[in-house]
Design a protein around this ligand. Structure first.
Ligand code: AMP
Ligand code: MG
Length: 491
């Protein structure tokens, strides 16, 4: 067989306690349901070959490609605040890494590819619904410009998996800058294995934070780097109405990508307390709690690095505290800048934050749709029809009118002309997000073997900032009977 994946594996060369060597489990009747051809090209993999029977067998885990070194990664993690010293890839297997067209190293991982030594009581498999949800939402996040793992392919296995009912089994091929998590550091910290921690930190610095290697204190620079990327990431989530749903430390990537799409969802009407996940009973991972939880996770990360920050523990704690103290400002700066842009303000004035908060408060009190309201601001600024459309988002339109007077007074201070501003606003306020009811409908159709709605939704979400007049219904919020109030992780 010729070499189809240009593998260049680095994680598998780390010490043996970092992972378990394990091959994916073959499946009965693999069938490709979606291949991401542009992403295959980006990774230097021949898309036509991936669609061939041999390629599909690789994507299903039935055939191990040349150059792969399949492993399940070890990690620990705090799940809903409770620590488990051993989690690990229980249903995912890293085939290996490739260096993509831009010189970026990327993991190629199969998710749902059979049991591993970390499976505990799980079957190592994934059901079709969660695979489709992850495919759609991760690719939507990519198109929105938000750091994320990506989806190369989805296959069905021809086997059934037992969940609450019997469901079609599926495998997702996930692409990530790496699958190293806060929980990976916790795995070694819990074992007080400082040699391994140092090894892991050096690997992460070389791979994700090369500037830190040249810093005076590389491990402190690593901590600062992870804090900055995570702070900016969660700001991006808030700015598009995204709720991750399971921000456990094992689902928090040190590269700063969004990872592990489970019961995630975008909200329709704006509600800071919004929770979709059926298992998040306390609202720990509610929309507006996400920055606080990110800082909590980063604090767990900083704890694992203490032995590397300074030989003296008290000194190490002071360093970690100083770094963590930067989080709020990095987050606020990113979030406020993003909000300003959403309002069409491309210069800064002291009261911009208040203006934005006033709008959000009005939206929350008036069940305004998050995405349509911000998208509508661009049009509201241009003409009265646009204004009427946003106004209609508010149960009490007078609230909008009052806010709009303040907003227009502030816009008058902007140097840009209206047309330039309108273009800039449409580039930050998406028209299309993966609305929950659309995702659910796609999954229901797929369960009957109809993948056309899946393709249609992906095509719309690939261009979220463009008006697509023939697809305008994809921008609509759910009708009352279409509303999906809960999402499930389906593991
Ligand atoms: P999650 O919160 O979905 O990222 O998963 C948490 C942990 O449970 C990870 O260690 C997963 O590998 C493991 N896990 C989830 N689903 C399964 C499954 N079906 N079989 C084995 N392990 C699983
Ligand atoms: Mg996970």
């Amino acid at each position: 067989m010729t070499i189809q994946f240009p593998f260049d594996n680095s994680y598998a060369t780390l010490p043996a306690n970092f992972f378990a060597r394990v091959a994916p489990t073959p499946v009965v009747a693999p069938q490709l349901i979606k291949l991401n051809r542009p992403l295959a090209a980006q990774l230097g993999i021949d898309a036509d070959w991936l669609e061939s029977p041999e390629g599909v067998e690789v994507l299903a885990g039935t055939r191990v490609p040349d150059g792969a070194d399949p492993i399940a990664m070890a990690y620990a993690g705090h799940q809903f605040g409770h620590f488990t010293a051993q989690l690990g890839d229980g249903r995912a297997i890293l085939l290996g890494e490739v260096v993509d067209r831009d010189g970026v190293r990327r993991d190629i991982q199969l998710k749902g590819s059979g049991p591993t030594p970390f499976s505990r009581r799980g079957d190592g498999r994934a059901a079709l619904g969660p695979v489709i949800r992850e495919y759609i939402v991760s690719e939507a996040m990519f198109a929105l410009g938000i750091p994320t793992t990506r989806s190369l392919a989805a296959v069905i296995t021809g086997e059934r998996v037992q969940r609450e009912t019997m469901l079609p089994g599926a495998v997702l091929t996930r692409i990530a800058a790496s699958h190293i998590r806060v929980g990976t550091f916790q795995f070694f910290a819990a074992r007080e294995d400082i040699v391994a921690l140092k090894h892991l930190a050096d690997h992460v610095i070389a791979r994700h934070y090369p500037d830190a290697a040249r810093a005076e204190h590389p491990y402190r620079a690593l901590l600062d780097g992870v804090i900055a990327r995570q702070a900016r990431l969660v700001a991006r989530w808030l700015l598009v109405g995204f709720i991750h749903g399971v921000m456990n430390t094992d689902n928090s990537s040190v590269s700063g990508e969004t990872i592990d799409y489970g019961p995630c969802a975008f909200m329709d009407d704006y509600d800071p307390a919004k929770v979709f996940s059926s298992i998040d009973e306390q609202g720990r991972y509610a929309y507006a709690n996400q920055p606080r939880i990110t800082l909590w996770n980063l604090t767990r990360f900083a704890e694992t690095l203490l032995p590397l920050l300074d030989a003296d523990q008290n000194a190490a704690i002071e360093i970690a505290k100083a770094s963590l103290a930067e989080f709020s400002e990095i987050f606020d700066t990113a979030y406020q800048a993003g909000l300003r842009q959403k309002l069409g303000l491309f210069t800064a004035q002291p009261d911009d934050g208040v203006l934005a908060q006033d709008l959000l408060a009005a939206m929350a009190a008036n069940q305004a749709d998050f995405t349509l309201t911000f998208r509508g601001l661009g049009a509201a600024e241009l003409d009265s029809a646009g204004d009427a459309a946003v106004r209609a988002q508010f149960t009490d339109p007078a609230v909008w009118d009052a806010w709009a007077i303040q907003w227009r007074a502030r816009l008058a201070l902007e140097p840009q002309d209206a047309a330039t501003r309108h273009t800039a606003m449409q580039a930050v306020n998406p028209a299309f997000i993966p609305r929950n009811h659309r995702v659910e409908a796609v999954i229901q159709a797929a369960l009957t073997g109809d993948y056309a709605p899946f393709e249609a939704l992906l095509a719309v979400l690939a261009r979220p900032f463009e008006d697509q007049p023939d697809r305008a219904d994809y921008a609509d919020p759910p009708l009352l009977h279409e509303r999906v109030s809960q999402t499930f992780c389906g593991t």
